[in-house]
Design a protein around this ligand. Structure first.
Ligand SMILES: [Zn+2]
Length: 152
């Protein structure tokens, strides 16, 4: 349903001013939510493109490094065992200096909870069973939050 306009409100006595305001406000909120969803989708698409590009670069770098090491070893200009030992030591050092692998959020709700600064212990009412459950154990459906226990 679209927004209720001024003339429609004036001429149709089935709609009160308050109802029209509520419907229009809900309409605006839906527009805002749709816009936010679109922005998030765009952002996710950008990140996906970047990850794909980085994956391609890693493949190229790995190939180049493999060819380089193989060529060096075949040319016998250096001690193969020394190269291996040095590479291994350098790799270990590099791995140790890397930041610990982050354990990313598991569910969309954790993402939402962290981005909004609300604790994950927020309770939501499941639309199916009407139980109050932690937001982190719910799935967002078209109709609202549903707990993970409820079959979809
Ligand atoms: Zn439920």
């Amino acid at each position: 349903m679209g927004k209720i306009g001024f003339w429609q409100l004036l001429l149709d006595d089935r709609v009160s001013y308050w109802e029209a305001q509520s419907i229009n406000a809900a309409h605006d909120a839906a527009d805002v939510a749709a816009g936010a969803a679109q922005a998030a989708q765009f952002k996710a698409h950008n990140i996906e493109t970047r990850v794909n590009n980085m994956a391609r670069e890693i493949v190229f770098l790995r190939t180049a490094l493999t060819v380089l090491v193989k060529t060096l070893k075949d040319s016998k200009v250096l001690d193969e065992r020394l190269l291996d030992a040095r590479l291994e030591a350098a790799m270990e050092e590099a791995a140790a200096s890397l930041p610990k692998q982050p354990t990313g959020p598991v569910s969309m709700n954790e993402v939402l909870a962290s981005s909004q600064g609300t604790p994950a212990s927020v309770k939501l009412t499941c639309i199916r069973c009407r139980h109050e459950v932690p937001a982190s154990s719910t799935l967002m459906t078209m109709d609202g939050p549903m707990c993970e226990r409820c079959p979809t």
